[in-house]
Structures are given as structure tokens and as C-alpha cells.
Design a protein around this ligand. Structure first.
Ligand code: NDP
Length: 306
């Protein structure tokens, strides 16, 4: 392997450590403890794990964690009432509703109901608009989505200044692709966005100094699409069968996680690359805590403690 691994686990742990220190300083100086509320509707197994991990990480940095688990048949009205109650709760500085929500509930209506000041997922149209207009620091700035923030932090950790780099984002979702592109633009990259209708994706990838893959198709980006020496950020998390690992207790092939990039081949050409797991994934929760800290400071008109 020629590429240097970008260790998202380590970088995320350092970020969580720094956030923990700032939470302590905030408590000492202002008697303020940031609070993050996570709402889960239904029994989805993966979502339960995510919510549990978010709660653990929140408490570990000294913040207050509030968890609400609602049954799968919860009506939209009941969920919106809960969101409004949290909007009005002064101990709660960040609100996250775990998606996907059951089909009787409109995800967009939930997003629109969360107060933009407490929208630590960064999905509210006001935060998306602030991000698109480049309003990223200071009072009233965007709370940017967590996975995109984490992806750009990893590119910066690998390359330092990204000014002038050609960044290609493969994927244009509101959750990942578009906000990553906006954040890379704010880093003075020259940004291209590719999607399912893009022509000559392989050729475009070969021109990218920073390649961010956020597609959701296992190992779609082939090794020889990667520009030699480039920085590859793989956002994808895909569970695939791994017959080489044998069978589970039920006699089915065991599984493993892979990204959207064919890692082994891409790592031969790239200069830096994120692994899956252990790359972008751990950064998402760290950035959620960062957003909660930022939201708490802004709601109390306190300069964020550096
Ligand atoms: P979406 O399904 O919402 O978006 C996928 C995007 O990929 C779309 O814009 C789509 O294009 C594009 N696409 C699909 N097929 C192709 C193709 N053949 N060529 C080029 N582009 C294509 O996914 P998300 O953005 O929500 O997630 C992307 C990946 O990131 C997933 O693997 C997901 O699991 C992972 N993820 C990881 C997180 C983490 O914490 N690390 C958090 C969130 C997501 P079009 O718009 O034209 O349909």
C-alpha cells in the first residue's frame, strides 16, 4: 500500500478530548452544561446502536444526554409536539431526531420543526441556506451537517491547506454530498459534484486532488479511477457478505463493512486514504458534539472557548 492511512478514529478521539476540555471550561466559567436530546422513533436495530453510542459519547465529554424512545406507531403530531417541547427546553441545546423515521411521519416536516439554533444535524433549510451563503463563523452562522464536517476535517488533517485543490464530490444528497461540496468551497477548493447522471465519472475522478465518495454503492469507485498522490475520503458505509469469514450461528455468510471506494486498489495510487471502518464514521459523532457545544455557546451569547 502506497497511501498514508487517515486515522479517523484517532482524529475523532482527539477532537472529543478537546471538546471535553472546553465543556469543563464552560462549566467553570459560565456554569453551563451543554445538553443534547436524541429522539428515536421505532425499533430499528441499527438506529438503536447509533442512539446508544451518541448517548455514551455525549456523557463522556461531560454534556447532558437526553434520550427519548417513542413507539413505531407514533403519529407525526406526537413527534412534532416532542420536538417543540425540546425547542422550548432551556437545558437542551441540540436536538437530533434519528432518521429514518416510520413512514407515517414526514422527515422534512420534522427537520423544518426543529429550531435552527438547536439543529445540530445541520439539516434545517435555514442552516443549509447559511452554509450555501458561506456564513460559517460567528453569531447566526450555519450549524453544518456532521458527516460532511468530519470529511473535510480529515482532508485538512491529511493535506493541510486545501486552497486551489480540485475536489470532486461523488453524490449530491442533502445529508452528505451537497454540504461537503459547500464546505470544500469554503476551503477554497475548486469543486465538482458528480451524481448518477454524470458522464465519464472515471475520467472526472482521475482529475481530482481530493476525491470524496458518498454514493452508497459498495466499492463503486475503482482503484484506477484515483489520481496518483490524491486524497481519498470514503464516506460510504456498506455492509456486504464476507464468505471468507465463514458462517454465522444461523448458517448465513458473515458480513463486513466496506466503503464506496475499492480500498485495496485505490490505496496503491492515492497519497492519503480513509479506511472503512475507522475513517469518516467516528468523525460524525465528534462533529455532533462540536455542533452541540457551538449551539450551547450561541444560545447563551458566549464566545466559544477555543
Ligand atoms: P443517498 O442515497 O442519499 O445519495 C447517494 C448519491 O449517490 C446520490 O446523489 C446519487 O445520485 C449518487 N449516485 C448513486 N449512484 C451513482 C452512480 N452510479 N454514479 C455516481 N453517483 C451515484 O446517500 P447518502 O448521501 O445519504 O449516503 C452516501 C453514503 O454515505 C452511504 O454509503 C451512507 O451509508 C454513507 N453515510 C455515512 C455516514 C457516516 O457517518 N460515515 C453518514 C451518512 C451517510 P443521484 O442524486 O443522481 O441519484
Amino acid at each position: 500500500m502506497a497511501a498514508t492511512l487517515i486515522d479517523g478514529k484517532k482524529i475523532a478521539a482527539e477532537l472529543r478530548g478537546a471538546i471535553g476540555a472546553r465543556v469543563s471550561a464552560l462549566q467553570a466559567a459560565h456554569n453551563l452544561t451543554p445538553g443534547l436530546a436524541v429522539v428515536l422513533v421505532g425499533e430499528d436495530a441499527a438506529s438503536q446502536v447509533y442512539v446508544r453510542n451518541k448517548g455514551i459519547a455525549t456523557r463522556e465529554v461531560g454534556m447532558q444526554s437526553f434520550e427519548y424512545r417513542l413507539p413505531a406507531d407514533t403519529s407525526q403530531r406526537v413527534l412534532l409536539d416532542k420536538v417543540n417541547e425540546l425547542n422550548d427546553d432551556s437545558a437542551v441545546h441540540g436536538i437530533l431526531v434519528q432518521f429514518p423515521v416510520p413512514e407515517q411521519i414526514s422527515q422534512q416536516t420534522v427537520i423544518d420543526t426543529i429550531s435552527p439554533d438547536k439543529d445540530v444535524d445541520g439539516l434545517h433549510p435555514i442552516n443549509a441556506g447559511r452554509l450555501a451563503s458561506g456564513h460559517l463563523t460567528g453569531p447566526g452562522a450555519a450549524l453544518a451537517p456532521c458527516t460532511p464536517q468530519g470529511s473535510v476535517m480529515l482532508a485538512r488533517a491529511a493535506l493541510g491547506d486545501l486552497t486551489g485543490a480540485h475536489a470532486l464530490v461523488v453524490g449530491r444528497s442533502n445529508l452528505v454530498g451537497k454540504p461537503v461540496a459547500q464546505l470544500l468551497l469554503a476551503e477554497n477548493c475548486t469543486v465538482s459534484i458528480a451524481h448518477s447522471r454524470t458522464r465519464d465519472l472515471a475520467g472526472l475522478c482521475r482529475s481530482a486532488d481530493v476525491l470524496v465518495a458518498a454514493v452508497g454503492i459498495p466499492e463503486m469507485v475503482k482503484g484506477d479511477w484515483v489520481k496518483p498522490g490524491s486524497c481519498v475520503i470514503d464516506v460510504g458505509i456498506n455492509r456486504v457478505e464476507a464468505p471468507e469469514k465463514g458462517l454465522d450461528d444461523a448458517g448465513r455468510p458473515k458480513t463486513k463493512l466496506v466503503g464506496d471506494v475499492a480500498f485495496d486498489d485505490a490505496a496503491q495510487l492515492a497519497g492519503h486514504i480513509t479506511p472503512v471502518p475507522g475513517g469518516v464514521g467516528p468523525m460524525t459523532i465528534a462533529c455532533l458534539l462540536q455542533n452541540t457545544l457551538t449551539a450551547a455557546c450561541r444560545q447563551h451569547d458566549i464566545d466559544e472557548i477555543a
